[in-house]
Design a protein around this ligand. Structure first.
Ligand code: ADP
Ligand code: MG
Length: 728
């Protein structure tokens, strides 16, 4: 076994950077070449079809069958020219990731041969077997069949000779079985209500768009080392491994040079992204060794999220070309930073204004305050739900576990904005004067021009204001961002709607708009101020303080999911037009089920490694020691023998102690698993895994890591942290 370890280390350290084929043309020439974007639609579709499609996309209208047929024909012609032979409906099941079922374009031609065809019917709708995807009992509750339907707002693209058509996945009775459907609904809801509010300031606003700029963190591991770690292969994280003597304490990785093998991978990945129309822009090392980040230019949220999902699968492929494996797991290694996916989130009008961006005039600033105060109110009311929306078995290792940030949602606003809110709260700002054509003058001498300095950063906040957007940092690196965006946009949509209702009611009574808007913003601020925390989110005092403020401090993932079913959440989701209670229950079943399954797999792998890899290696070493002790006893007399062999005797005992514990704990863990598996509901099962299985895994790991420090390096079967973590 150790042979495998040493071979893999040798293989990994002797590799050179793989040469990347850099396109000869400029990036604008190959950018989005694999995407059926408007330019290609224009080129490949008849004029009337093109116009009907663009109209449907822009104005959210349904497509007629004739138009769909014509689009399908043009799309197929383009795809075949690009070498595509298959098409697939690409969708986002609740398991995470994406799913696809490929079909060839071919049909019988009636003469014994085939023709390549693609009809509007196949483009628009398909029936993948819904039963093979988790649906939390929706099938039993509602209707057995599900279908995928084309999301015309996200363009089709080609990966590996397959035309991929972004689709939603719903049951025949309309319940969503995926992430995209509720995301689109949430974006619609926030569009409607934010537009209502934005129109208090500007009549020209017709729509409000939601933007997302994700920052994808990841680890790279050499594929030979990866293959020698069954835990990485099967669970995506190391279930054991003593900390390396050197890890991130020198903080030298963040600013360090990118190793040439990694640089080649990044370059290759960027080129691939650009061909697929993913606007990859930033790349850098992250804090932990072997940890990196890629961030694109932000885009409309639905498209941005599709791009993130696509990126995650493209990364895996490109990494393999470079003899790497990408680890998207939130916590692949204990003792060093885990990976997140900051979601930079903002709203902007179709007139080009970012609504969380302070402006130059008092009117613009009042609008800014109105929108920020509504986000505060939404995040405050639904802080438990927002936390649940980012929680998974894997992200649980990042939040509220061994690594900060804690499992508490708070908002960082920064010194300047905070001062402005203080003044508004204390009623020091009360006169806004309407001047002439709807121009407002806000008598805020202290904020005639808000210049929010975005260098004022707090890296410990899970939800931070960063100048013209909020950065939702608690999202996990392997997550579908939609989960977080659904909860956030729905909550904000409902808040804005209620705000608009209150404002309109007061306007109807003849109150002046300027006063009403400021008053209502003040009300929000007063009620929601407890959500603001600018201090150190990693400190223990914060946990106490947060609890005092009534924020949710639940740290058990299965219990966090309960908040989806709280009356306040059900009501909010119903108002936003996203889910009814049954759907929320069904979706929660999936969350609990996934949670238990992940832990079950980890626990099995850990048990196997402990019993079949670690204990035998340790016993081999013990035999060496015993052998030595015997020989010493034969050659030397009593006292001298004790002196020479005493150390070894002590080691033998110590190792034996750990091995006994490991055996005992593995047995106990298996029993606990059996008890958990027999629980009558998914919720109780997940709770049992959390409460009774996970802690044993930690304990077992602790003993194994201690043994690792004692056993001869030559005998240890698994690549160690120091070997996994420093790419040369
Ligand atoms: P950081 O300093 O946090 O690492 P960057 O400045 O690199 O972050 O930007 C992070 C992401 O934020 C980028 O993807 C960027 O496109 C995105 N971003 C910038 N402005 C906005 C905005 N108004 N809305 C959404 N995303 C934005
Ligand atoms: Mg960031």
């Amino acid at each position: 076994m150790s042979d495998l370890r040493f071979k893999s280390v040798e293989e990994a350290t002797s590799r050179k950077a793989v040469k990347v084929e850099i396109p000869k043309e400029r990036v604008d020439k190959y950018y989005a070449e694999k995407v059926f974007n408007r330019q290609k639609m224009f080129e490949y579709l008849p004029r009337t079809t093109y116009e009907a499609l663009v109209d449907a996309i822009d104005n959210k209208k349904p497509l007629s069958r004739e138009v769909a047929d014509s689009v399908a024909d043009g799309m197929k012609r383009w795809a075949v020219e690009q070498g595509a032979r298959h098409y697939t409906h690409w969708f986002q099941p609740m398991t995470g990731g994406t799913a696809e079922k490929h079909d060839a374009f071919i049909e019988h031609d009636g003469k014994g041969g085939v023709v390549e065809t693609f009809s509007g019917k196949l483009l628009v709708q398909q029936e993948p077997d819904a039963s093979s995807f988790p649906n939390g009992g929706i099938r039993n509750t509602f209707e057995a069949r599900g279908y995928s339907a084309w999301d015309i707002s996200s363009p089709a693209f080609i990966v590996d000779n397959t035309l991929c058509i972004p689709t939603i996945f719903i049951s025949y009775t309309g319940e969503s079985l995926d992430y995209k459907t509720p995301l689109l609904r949430a974006l619609n809801a926030v569009d409607k209500s934010a537009t209502r509010v934005a129109r208090f300031f500007d009549d020209d606003v017709k729509h409000v768009l939601c933007y997302l700029g994700w920052e994808q963190e990841y680890f790279l591991v050499d594929e030979a080392l990866y293959a020698a770690r069954p835990d990485l292969v099967l669970t995506g994280r190391t279930l054991m491994g003593h900390e390396s003597a050197k890890n991130q304490q020198l903080e030298d990785h963040y600013f360090g040079a990118i190793p040439s093998r990694v640089e080649a991978f990044m370059l290759d990945l960027e080129i691939e992204c650009h061909r697929l129309g993913i606007p990859a822009k930033t790349r850098h090392n992250e804090v932990a060794p072997n940890q990196f980040e890629l961030a694109p230019i932000f885009e409309e949220a639905n498209l941005a999220n599709d791009h993130n999902l696509l990126l995650m699968s493209v990364m895996n492929e490109v990494a393999r070309r470079h003899n790497f494996r990408v680890l998207l797991h939130e916590k692949p290694f204990a003792g060093i930073n885990g990976s997140g996916k900051h979601n930079n989130w903002s709203l902007g009008t179709d007139t080009g204004k970012l609504l969380f961006s302070p402006g130059k005039t008092p009117k613009e600033n009042l609008e800014f305050i109105v929108f920020v105060s509504n986000v505060m109110a939404a995040v405050h009311k639904h802080n438990a739900l927002l936390k649940a929306s980012i929680m998974t078995a894997t992200n649980a290792h990042r939040l509220g576990a061994n690594e900060a940030p804690p499992a508490i949602i708070s908002m960082f606003l920064g010194k300047q904005l905070s001062e402005v809110l203080d003044r508004i709260e204390k009623n020091e700002v009360d006169s806004i004067i309407m001047e002439g054509k709807g121009e407002m003058r806000l008598d805020l001498t202290q904020i005639p021009e808000l210049m929010i300095d975005n260098t004022d950063r707090n890296r410990t906040s899970p939800f931070a204001f960063t100048g013209n957007r909020f950065e939702y940092r608690a999202v996990g690196s392997s997550a579908n961002c939609a989960s977080a965006l659904i909860a956030l946009n729905a909550a904000v949509a409902v808040e804005l709607n209620e705000f608009a209702d209150r404002v309109e009611a007061r306007l109807a009574k003849g109150e002046p708009i300027d006063k009403v808007l400021l008053d209502e913003a003040r009300e929000n601020i007063i009620k929601a101020r407890a959500i603001q925390f600018d201090g150190n989110g990693y400190s223990d005092e914060w946990k106490v303080e947060a609890k005092r403020r009534g924020l949710d401090v639940e740290s058990s993932a299965p219990l966090m999911f309960d908040s989806y079913l709280w009356p306040s959440s059900v009501e909010m989701f119903e108002k936003a037009g996203l889910f009814n209670k049954k759907e929320l229950e069904a979706r929660n079943e999936v969350k609990w089920e996934m949670y238990s399954k992940k832990l079950q797999i980890e626990s099995r792998v850990l048990g196997d490694l402990a019993i079949n890899h670690i204990i035998p290696a340790a016993i081999t070493y013990q035999r060496l020691l015993l052998d030595n002790v015997y020989k010493v006893k034969e050659l030397f007399d009593g006292d001298t023998a004790k002196k020479i062999g005493g150390q070894d005797m002590a080691s033998i005992e110590k190792i034996a102690g750990h091995l006994n514990e490991i055996k005992f704990l593995v047995e106990k863990m298996i029993k606990e698993r059996h008890i958990a598996n027999r629980k009558p509901s998914e919720r109780e099962k997940a709770i049992a895994y959390h409460d009774n299985v996970a802690p044993l895994m930690e304990e077992i790991r602790h003993h194994i890591d201690s043994v690792e420090l004692m056993v001869d390096n030559e005998i240890w079967p698994l690549p160690k942290y120091r070997e996994l973590l420093f790419i040369r």
